[in-house]
Design a protein around this ligand. Sequence first.
Ligand code: FES
Length: 171
Amino acid sequence: MAEEARELAQRRVSRRRFMIMGINVAGAGTALLIAAPIVGSVLSPVFAKRKTPWVMVADVSRVPIGVPTAYVVNLPINEGWSVPPVPRTVYVVKLNLNGSVEMLTLSNVCTHMQCDVHWDIGLQEFLCPCHGGLYSIDGTNIGGPPPWPLFRYEHKLVDSTLYVRNVLYEP
Ligand code: FES
């Protein structure tokens, strides 16, 4: 009789434990259901495949051949979270190469220590004021300390409208 009562008590305890476990599991499941969208929305920019958007520069049909022309463009810097676009200078250079016009979109950032270069009309070269770096019209480093040519922005033309995006490459 006493043994039956003990077994019954053990069974009650195990039922109680089972109920507690069930409540814990249900609580954990509910917490997961609530937390998953929040965690997902916070972390999704980190794992999202980033697309670098095209930004319109201007109608460049009137940019003369052989005269680098500067445009300031607000370029998104492509961080996962929302960061305001940053103004960047893009030099549009049209060159006549054996009868066909090639267009370049040069960064104005010196490859030595990142000073801003500018087109010097007198020299007919890009000049970096910081240490006297020189670049030819196509961005080739031709004098002073710059170790590389000016980087180029990826660009595309839609009719005569130029678009660039914040993707730089070495020529
Ligand atoms: S930063 Fe341009 S030459 Fe040094």
